[in-house]
Structure formats: structure tokens, C-alpha cells
Design a protein around this ligand. Structure first.
Ligand SMILES: Cc1ncc(COP(=O)(O)O)c(C=O)c1O
Length: 352
């Protein structure tokens, strides 16, 4: 992490907790907090430390993130969502980390490889209800895997889940609900965790009475379209050099900006290696009551803005209350997920 740098990210503890409570109240279910990919760029341990009192389980994509949580003294249950190489299953078990499985073959390989293990391998079975990414697709596969696990000395099924691919589309989502229920109900089994709904799925009322948890990512960070959630992340840097340029002079690589009048250019010590990719050129930042354009090509470690005057010493808001993630996402022609998830771990996160 860069300690001696002007660029930093602020995480609002209060807003993070508010959002978590909102989704618990709205769904009336327990909360699986999705904190994969460095908590969508917000900071894995920073977010986990705040949410450990609100969430019942943390979901991450990789075993590395799960181990980082354990090393950071997080003792809540953890689920790895991505498939895990059989070789690493023992490490997961030794750290009390649950894994996802999607095939009888994987269950059989785990049984064979870990039959001498003292602790059981706790698994969530993933059902593919239509996304065609991970999970088993048929009643036959589900019954085979569940029957196998019921007899197993090594594995224990604790969870079952699926994921909606288009939670804004009622036709697709109803069909996914039906497919999940058809498979899940084809054989009775008492799971501790039954979970389907992401942020949009929860907001769009796609949950079923059989579920126990909702599995929320984006909404925790206040990045979804809802009037009831609050943004959690803001990012700031400083103008470290002020430069006067004359009308007609150019700024930065490839002379991509030409001053149409005399101007004051502010140089800030962050660039595309800090997650502010080059497509951000042309959008605004905010300083001391002024919205300023990002100009010229963004460099690897620096970027330039067009200042209204000299001597503005306030921190420059790169993302925050005046420069919202949704505005940035529109400018970048992407989704809000990507705006924060690309912010790398070396940027200092301050929780307050
Ligand atoms: C399997 C799974 N569950 C839940 C989520 C959380 O989704 P959201 O961030 O839309 O709440 C994701 C996000 O990508 C996911 O892949």
C-alpha cells in the first residue's frame, strides 16, 4: 500500500452498515456479503472489518481472498464462489472455508483425495439455472451429487445456490426461479444456506420463500439504482504542480489537448496504474466548489486537469458526492461495478 502518496480512498463505515441493514430489512433474510475482488475495489479487510457484525457469511471469488480474510482475523463463515483446484481444497478446509462444487466428478475426486482428512469439506452446490457459467444443470446431476455427498465421510453439503443473469428481466428470471426450484425440490435435504438473490434480484423481488440468505455485492457499496442506499467510496488526490500554458500550447502525451486560451493546468500524481483509465479524459473532477475537466492523455502515474484559477489547495474529488460512480460509468460506457473494482489495492483506504 502507498503510504506516502497524495491519492487516497475514503470508505464510509456508516453508509456501508446502513446499506447492509437495508438489504437485510428489505429481504427479511440473512446476509451473504459479496466482498470479492477486494470488496469491489473498496478494500477487502477494511470492508470485512465493518461488515463482520452485519453479515452472516462472506463470499469471495478466490481462496487467496478467503485466506487473506482469515489472516486478517475475520472468523465469519466464508464461501469461495469460483471453482477451486482439488489440490487446494485441503487448505480451504484447514482454514474453515467453504467451497462451491458443481459436478459429481469433483465430489468424487475430493472424496478420494481427502479421505484421510479429519475435518469435513463443507460445500455449497451450485445450480446453473440459465446463466451457463458455473453449476450443474439437471435434476439427474443434482440427485447424483447429493446422494453421493449424503453417504460421504469426507464431504458435507451445507448450501445450495444459483445466480440470476438478468434480474431486470422478469421472463428470464421467472424461468431461472422455476428451474432452480425444480432441481432443488427434486430431493429433500435440509441446507443451512439456500441463496439466489444478488442486489438487483433482491430489489426486483425475485426471492423465493425457501431461501435463507440474500447474496449482495453492489448494493452494499451503494452503487445500485435505489434511493435507499448510500455510496460508500470516495477517492481524492491533490494538485501537486500548477502550470501556466499559453493559448495554442499542448498538454501531455501525443499533444492530445491544445489550449484554446491561456490556462492553468493542475497536475495530479495518479493515472491509469491507479485505476483511472485513459477513457476518463474529458470527464469532470471537483475541487473547492469547481468542476474541472480532465484534459490530455492520462499518463501511467499522473493526469492533468484544467483549473479555473491558481492556488486551489483542497483535495481533488476524483470519485465522490459530486462525481458519482454512475456519471463516471456513463462516461466510460461501462457499469458501476467496473468503476470501483479497477481501483488497485496499493491505494490507501481510510475507513471513517
Ligand atoms: C455468484 C454471484 N453472486 C452474487 C453476486 C453479487 O451480485 P451484485 O453485486 O449484483 O449484488 C455476484 C456478482 O458478480 C456473483 O457473481
Amino acid at each position: 500500500m502507498n503510504q506516502f502518496c497524495e491519492t487516497y480512498i475514503k470508505i464510509s463505515r456508516e453508509n456501508l452498515k446502513h446499506n447492509a441493514k437495508y438489504f437485510k430489512d428489505l429481504s427479511n433474510k440473512k446476509l451473504i456479503a459479496v466482498i470479492k475482488s477486494n470488496a469491489y475495489g473498496h478494500g477487502l479487510l477494511e470492508v470485512a472489518s465493518v461488515l463482520k457484525t452485519e453479515a452472516d457469511l462472506f463470499a469471495v471469488a478466490s481462496l487467496d481472498s478467503a485466506i487473506a480474510l482469515r489472516n486478517g482475523d475475520i472468523d465469519l463463515p466464508i464461501l469461495v464462489l469460483n471453482p477451486l483446484n482439488i489440490e487446494f481444497v485441503g487448505i480451504a478446509v484447514n482454514n474453515d472455508i467453504m467451497i462451491t462444487i458443481s459436478s459429481l466428478n469433483d465430489a468424487q475426486l475430493i472424496e478420494e483425495r481427502y479421505k484421510h482428512f479429519e475435518k469435513k469439506v463443507l460445500v455449497h452446490i451450485k445450480i446453473d439455472s440459465g446463466m451457463n457459467r458455473m453449476g450443474l444443470k439437471s435434476i439427474e446431476e443434482y440427485q447424483a451429487i447429493l446422494k453421493f455427498i449424503k453417504k460421504s465421510e469426507v464431504l458435507k453439503a451445507v448450501g445450495v445456490y444459483t445466480h440470476f443473469h438478468s434480474p431486470h428481466n422478469i421472463i428470464y428470471s421467472k424461468s431461472q426461479q422455476e428451474k432452480f426450484l425444480e432441481i432443488y425440490q427434486s430431493i429433500p435435504y435440509e441446507f443451512k444456506y439456500v441463496h439466489l438473490c444478488s442486489t438487483s434480484a433482491t430489489l426486483n423481488n425475485l426471492d423465493i420463500k425457501q431461501s435463507t440468505h440474500v447474496r449482495i455485492g453492489l448494493g452494499l457499496y451503494g452503487l445500485c439504482e435505489s434511493n435507499y442506499v448510500k455510496p460508500v467510496l470516495s477517492m481524492y488526490s491533490k494538485v501537486v504542480i500548477e502550470k501556466e500554458v499559453k493559448k495554442g500550447e499542448t498538454v501531455g502525451y501525443n499533444a492530445n489537448f491544445k489550449a484554446y486560451q491561456d490556462a492553468i493546468i493542475g497536475v495530479m500524481p495518479l493515472g491509469y496504474s491507479d485505476g483511472i483509465i485513459r477513457k476518463n479524459t474529458g470527464r469532470k473532477v471537483y475541487i473547492d466548489g469547481n468542476y474541472c475537466d480532465i484534459i490530455g492523455n492520462i499518463c501511467m502515474n499522473s493526469m492533468m486537469i484544467n483549473l479555473p484559477q491558481k492556488g486551489l489547495t483542497a483535495d481533488v474529488e476524483i470519485i465522490g458526492p459530486h462525481i458519482k460512480a454512475i456519471y463516471i460509468a456513463k462516461h466510460l460506457q461501462t457499469i458501476t461495478y467496473e468503476v470501483t473494482t479497477v481501483l488497485p489495492p496499493h491505494i490507501k483506504r481510510i475507513v471513517e
